[in-house]
Write a protein that binds this ligand. Structure first.
Ligand code: ADP
Ligand code: ZN
Length: 435
């Protein structure tokens, strides 16, 4: 197998990609208009008919969809085909508390698994690899997506699901897993557990990891690459657009190629809805160009990032998105200042701390309190008792410089912050209790 899973499309000329998108959007808008009354109403409110959309340059005329629409239309209101044509349901992990149910025809599953297969091949996967999938299986899209992609590439697939870390390690070592797929926080935990079991990074056969489903920093990548002795690649997606594989990293590790033959991407100003020029930071909006069962047009993801259209040395021609720096609903407003957990994580790792931390917000006498609990490394632990205060003050200083606001830092002993097997819970916001 070569460097690409679907070379003719992954390296197609920009003209060809545009041609494919134009052809697909015209068909897709008609499909949605005819089959999804909820969206037809939205179009009619704007005086639009399918004839108004002649190519992707007309997409900006279409109404947005958001999580609120998904809630209103739950469960079948956005279904684009008869249920009898559907073969699968998946659901969001509910990070924001509201579950979304997505439907798939066999065609939709195929295109989703193709996207994941592209990601696996981009990470160096071939039919000689052993892929250990420890994303959660079940309703969550992580397990199913990478599992399907791994089959398509012809890898030997280990459907571990998440959790039971001891067994993960045993299978990894006994069966010689070469590619690990899970959330980055779980990858960090597996790395930590391997070291505790006495393994060095070079003792495992892993060569690459495909990690996503939650935000992670460049610093976290370095940490995971070191502890597992691998190259760590990012993968992005959301249940609403099918699951992981909407975008994936190549060997450059510099942004994720968006599968533009299936998803048309826009970046908008989250406040005004205005489409922003390339290179500006804003909210990602995806239009699924060929999904049948859950064909969302202009879906607002709430994820904040930047697009990069510079050619990539890997030969793929699809636009790259930066790591999402958080979601608009991930952003904390603390004493009036906008703070993302990813900014905090970057500082912690740069200052030599572990990626195990928890942010606790509360409100005391009408003022926000902002506490960060940070685990120290075992080798820092001995210094801790004599130097704890100085270390805490230094870290507070580094965080203040990054955030423009002072947290109170509490260094805590190794192993005291709960580990995550799926998406990590970084923020505990108690302020709402007082509202
Ligand atoms: P939920 O919204 O309940 O978490 P999903 O499980 O579908 O539902 O998760 C999708 C979300 O996960 C994305 O909108 C994004 O915020 C986050 N996400 C997925 N992949 C990544 C990634 N590689 N980097 C950062 N965030 C990611
Ligand atoms: Zn590339």
């Amino acid at each position: 197998m070569g460097k690409y899973y679907q070379p003719e499309i992954e390296t197609a000329s920009r003209e060809r990609i545009l041609e494919i998108q134009n052809e697909k959007i015209v068909r897709q808008v008609r499909h949605v208009y005819e089959n999804v009354p909820y969206y037809r109403n939205l179009m009619e409110q704007r005086g639009l008919t399918p004839d108004d959309i002649r190519g992707v340059e007309d997409i900006h005329k279409l109404p947005f969809l958001s999580k609120a629409d998904l809630r209103d239309a739950y469960p079948y209101g956005l279904l684009g085909t008869d249920l009898k044509n559907c073969v699968r349901i998946q659901s969001t992990s509910g990070t924001t508390g509201k579950r979304v149910v997505a439907f798939y025809t066999q065609h939709d599953i195929d295109l989703w698994e193709d996207c994941c297969a592209r990601a696996i091949v981009a990470a160096g996967g071939t039919n000689e690899d052993v892929v250990q999938v420890c994303y959660g299986y079940g309703l969550f899209t992580g397990g199913a997506g990478l599992h399907g992609g791994s089959h398509k590439v012809g890898c030997l697939t280990l459907p571990m699901s998440s959790g039971n870390t001891e067994r993960q390690i045993q299978f990894m070592m006994d069966l010689g897993s070469t590619i690990l797929c899970c959330t980055p926080s779980y990858a960090a935990y597996i790395g930590e557990s391997l070291a505790e079991s006495g393994y060095k990074p070079e003792d495992n056969k892993l060569k690459a990891g495909i990690f996503g489903a939650e935000p992670w920093t460049e610093e976290m990548r370095q940490e995971i690459q070191k502890s597992l002795g691998i190259r760590a690649y990012d993968i992005y997606g959301l249940t609403e657009t099918s699951g992981p594989g909407v975008a994936f990293e190549c060997e450059e590790q510099a942004g994720m190629h968006i599968n533009e033959d299936h998803f048309y991407v826009e970046v908008i100003d989250p406040d005004t809805g205005e489409v922003l020029p390339d290179g500006e930071k804003g909210e990602l909006v995806f239009t699924s160009l060929d999904k049948e069962a859950f064909p969302l047009l202009r879906y607002r993801t709430k994820d904040i990032c930047v697009l990069n259209r510079k050619p990539c040395s890997c030969g793929r021609t699809h636009v790259r998105m930066s790591k999402p720096m958080g979601r608009t609903d991930d952003m904390m407003i603390i004493r009036g200042v906008n703070v993302f957990p990813s900014q905090i994580e970057a500082v912690l790792l740069k200052e030599g701390y572990t990626p195990n931390y928890q942010i606790v917000l509360d409100r005391v006498k009408h003022t926000d309190t902002f506490d960060i609990y940070v685990e120290v490394n075992p080798d820092q632990f001995s210094d801790l008792l004599s130097q704890i205060q100085m270390m805490e003050r230094n870290l507070e200083g580094a965080l203040r410089t990054m955030l423009g606001i002072s947290p109170k830092v509490h260094l805590v002993a190794p192993k005291t912050i709960a580990r995550s097997e799926g998406k990590a819970v970084r923020v505990v916001d108690k302020r709402k209790l007082h509202d």
